[in-house]
Design a protein around this ligand. Structure first.
Ligand SMILES: [Zn+2]
Length: 417
């Protein structure tokens, strides 16, 4: 039932030749006619690049190449329902903008038509992704294909909104010397809702924030287009476009760590909810007997599966120590982890029953729990899954904390595209 994937989003760092990437691109990228474009003028033109205005059909073609890789024009015409002639015109525009190139490698024999194969130009744009926690800021720079090229980490000296925004701007400025940046994405543990296109942080308990128009503040401070998202939602979207969920029309992602959250994609769209609270699986009932969560529920998911719950239930002070102790035969540790696996299975089965996904991805800092107690998780899924449901494909995806920053960068890519 389970597959385990080592999905590395953080490859060896390699810096592009900034001067080259900048000069080759500036001639192609036009000023983008959205509200923030006018703010660019006060920044050095060498260190930023606005995203070009694309027609809807051009965007569709670009997304095909972005998400599914290099494609022949014939293939693209089929997938986008455009005539070859229309596609020719659209792709010529994308080539002129520097977003794609006509490749020659996919049809190596003499009789092929290699000029018809389109490749994304990953170096066409660079994006900053930032994950905020209550204590730290994690940042990465990615290219247009979401490959991580550089990273940074800072301690939060203050959680005051203006101080955090100032730190975001400082980190972004630190990247400007090497990359012509197009947009910045921020994600955080907290609820984010949308007023029209504008994301609004409703509450972030780790930062002690109430309602904050963070995207607007970051745009003002950095001069770049900015997106803001809940961190688990960002990770879900990231895996849907560039990670373990590529090709899934319907998928769910569960992130387990200090808390537990989920995100889901239905018919290729992330479910944002009507008030910014989708995917709240933390207090589903697992059993009427058991420990209490911090809200006082008996036997809910959070009473078993979060790192604090596992430590409480096992009497340990660290997750790794708990796993080592369990493997060495410590009963309390073993029981805490197996109970966590059962609770995780409850979440998987519930999501599978609700949205019928092709895949459920499990990731996060506490992923080792799913590995240790996979038998309990599987039994719990089997027990709770609707009899009519087919076996659900569960994929355990390796996690690094910088994955959230990678996901935030993908939020920025999606924001401008
Ligand atoms: Zn609870």
């Amino acid at each position: 039932m389970f597959t385990t994937t080592t999905y590395s989003t953080i490859p060896t760092l390699s810096m592009p030749d900034a001067a080259d990437s900048t000069s080759s691109r500036r001639g192609h990228l036009r000023q983008r006619a959205r509200g923030y474009a006018g703010k660019m003028s006060k920044r050095s033109a060498l260190h930023e690049a606005t995203w070009p205005e694309l027609h809807e059909a051009q965007r569709a073609v670009l997304l095909e190449v972005l998400i599914h890789g290099s494609r022949s024009r014939a293939d693209l015409a089929r997938r986008t329902n455009l005539s070859r002639a229309t596609l020719m015109r659209l792709t010529r525009g994308l080539v002129e903008l520097g977003l794609v190139t006509e490749g020659e490698t996919l049809a190596p024999t003499g009789r092929g038509r290699p000029s018809e194969v389109l490749h994304l130009r990953p170096e066409a744009a660079y994006f900053v992704g930032i994950k905020l926690t209550g204590d730290a800021l994690y940042a990465v720079v990615t290219d247009l294909h979401a490959k991580v090229l550089a990273s940074d980490e800072r301690v939060l000296e203050s959680r005051a909104v203006e101080d955090v925004v100032r730190l975001v701007a400082e980190v972004v400025d630190g990247f400007r010397g090497q990359f012509a940046l197009t947009a910045v994405g921020v994600c955080l543990a907290g609820d984010v809702t949308y007023e029209g296109d504008q994301p609004l942080v409703l509450e972030s308990p780790f930062l002690g924030w109430g309602t904050v128009a963070l995207a607007a503040l970051v745009e003002r401070a950095t001069g770049l287009a900015a997106s803001v998202s809940n961190d688990v939602q960002a990770l879900t979207v990231a895996h849907h476009w560039f990670g373990a969920g590529v090709g899934c029309t319907n998928m769910a992602l569960i992130a387990v760590g200090a808390g537990i959250g989920s995100g889901f994609v239905v018919n290729d769209h992330i479910v944002r909810g009507s008030r910014g609270h989708p995917g709240k699986v933390g207090h589903l009932l697992v059993t009427e007997h058991g420990p209490q969560c911090d809200r006082g529920h008996t036997g809910c998911v959070s009473a078993f599966v979060t790192i604090p719950a596992i430590l409480q239930n096992s009497g340990n002070s660290e997750l790794e120590q708990t796993i080592r102790a369990a493997a060495a035969g410590d009963e309390a540790s073993d029981r805490a982890l197996r109970d966590a696996g059962r609770a995780l299975g409850t979440v998987v089965a519930t999501l599978a029953d609700l949205i019928d996904p092709q895949k459920v991805i499990i990731t996060g800092e506490a992923l080792a729990v799913a590995r240790y107690s996979s038998a309990e998780m599987e039994a719990s899924i089997r027990e709770r899954l609707d009899p009519a449901a087919e076996a659900v494909q569960v994929e355990l995806v390796d996690f690094d904390f910088a994955d959230y920053a990678w996901a935030a960068a993908i939020g920025a890519i999606r924001h401008v595209i």
